[in-house]
Design a protein around this ligand. Structure first.
Ligand code: 5GP
Length: 188
């Protein structure tokens, strides 16, 4: 049986500790609360990787808000390279017309996923549309994305944990870390 201890053994370096993440998410929540005071805030999270971030961020925002969930896929299976293709696997449940929408993303890498989402959601006539990402990896950006809130800027490394996966695993780690290279090499 694979346990979180086994998963932790696959991590070469912890990039962000649980404490660092929680402190930064609280700061982001306070900033969003101040910026959106008196407005109709809707958080749109992009499954599955953004789930822990959205859950923590929404609880650190002190305003009334709605949430909605989308699921898109840009990576095929257990790979670490973007295919550039974006597919909608789950669409919004409610209209966002006239709403102040804040997209909650786990990580921006090439920017292709968000570039698509911003155009897609912008077409639904929200009052405003902004982006909040926990992690930003600017080194590999292929399209320019106006990011309004960034948790951490990180180097060009493939990271897992706090929602981020490799082959659908590691999402439940409480920290963000870099996998040991041998994990990619081992198909089992
Ligand atoms: P982009 O379209 O910006 O290249 O990639 C966005 C998506 O790719 C993210 O939402 C995430 O699912 C995945 N991704 C990009 N970089 C990483 C990474 O370092 N680790 C993991 N686990 N997923 C990543």
């Amino acid at each position: 049986m694979t346990t979180t201890d086994d998963m932790q053994a696959d991590i070469g370096e912890i990039l962000l500790t649980e404490g660092q993440i929680q402190a930064r998410v609280a700061e982001l929540g306070a900033q969003v609360s101040a910026d959106y005071a008196g407005r109709k805030l809707t958080l749109v999270s992009v499954l599955k990787g953004s789930l822990p971030f959205m859950a923590d961020l929404m609880r650190s925002i002190t305003l009334p808000l709605r949430i909605d969930l989308m699921e898109v896929s840009s990576y095929g299976g257990a790979t670490t390279e973007s295919s550039g293709l974006v597919r909608i696997l789950k669409d919004l449940s409610s209209s966002i017309e006239g709403e102040d929408v804040l997209i909650c993303e786990d990580i921006i890498d090439t920017g292709l996923t968000l570039n698509y989402l911003v155009r897609y959601l912008g077409g639904k006539k929200p009052h405003s549309l902004r982006i909040c990402t926990l992690l930003d990896k600017p080194a590999r950006r292929l399209v320019e994305i106006p990011v309004d809130y960034t948790g951490f800027t990180i180097p060009d490394q493939f990271v897992v944990g706090y929602g981020l996966d490799y082959g659908e695993h590691y999402r439940n780690l409480r920290f963000v870390g870099v996998l040991k290279p041998e994990v990619y090499a081992d198909p089992g």
